[in-house]
Design a protein around this ligand. Structure first.
Ligand code: URA
Length: 240
């Protein structure tokens, strides 16, 4: 079995992330660094990721019950699994979940809102693949006024530093004296994309929250809380 598939099936992370960890020299096979993502795991191989033994390949599947949650991520948490600055990690919030879950996709340290957490590496791989990019809805509080020109530019696509974004859906929810609340739907997932898009049209993002992934809405889930996804919601994501 290919190394990235083995790591994903063990519930460590997505296949893509497994490739990144492998190339970064963080994966060992039988005690020796293995930096070839295409390595074919052999019967009896002991696989370590980031210093942690995740299992020996026995030719069969690493059977683990698949679990799926939605979390309302608070600001001040990172979505990667470890951090050199020792900041809180989203998995810290799952005190009563035994499975080794990880987030699908990422949200910035200062972004709050909807995050899917699972140990299903295949679902994570599918949803993160550019071919399947499902649109995500963000609610942003921005500085100043979003004028008609800026709104039209966001809708058409803006240059965020060498990359022109795909057309977005934009709706001004409320305009107050010095700030505005705007909902924006995008289907790409470039690093800090929403913040960069508003910067490109002259507005600073003051607060950012993800409120939906496709048709999966966060609803009234409180900040820092999580719940299991329903069977229908899991099916929906699997068919995105
Ligand atoms: N866009 C951002 O700028 N930040 C996020 O966390 C998600 C999308």
């Amino acid at each position: 079995m290919r190394l990235n598939k083995f790591i994903a099936q063990a519930g460590i992370c997505s296949r893509r992330k497994a490739d990144e960890l492998t190339l970064a020299g963080k994966v060992k096979i039988n005690g020796a660094v293995m930096d070839q993502p295409g390595y074919d795991v052999q019967d009896g191989d002991k696989v370590e990721v980031d210093g942690r033994l995740i299992g020996a390949y026995t030719g069969g599947k690493t059977a683990q019950r698949k679990v799926y949650f939605m979390l309302n991520k608070p600001k001040g948490y990172i979505t990667t699994l470890s951090d050199e600055k020792d900041r809180p990690v989203v998995t810290d919030l799952f005190t009563d979940v035994e499975e080794r879950i990880f987030p699908i996709g990422r949200l910035d340290y200062n972004t709050s809102g909807l995050l899917i957490m699972t140990n299903d590496g295949d679902l994570s791989y599918r949803l993160s693949h550019p071919k399947h990019q499902v649109y995500k809805t963000y609610r942003a509080r921005i500085s100043g006024v979003l004028g008609p020109g800026a709104e039209a530019r966001l809708k058409k696509g803006v240059d965020i530093g060498g990359y022109v974004t795909a057309p977005a859906q934009v709706k001004v929810i409320r305009q107050a004296a010095g700030s505005a609340i705007v909902e924006i739907k995008i289907s790409e997932g470039k690093n800090r994309q929403v913040r960069k898009m508003f910067n490109a049209v002259g507005n600073k993002v003051l607060d950012l929250e993800r409120i939906a992934i496709g048709e999966l809405h966060m609803g009234h889930l409180l900040t820092g809380h999580y719940r299991k996804l329903t069977r229908e919601e899991i099916e929906y994501l699997k068919n995105c």
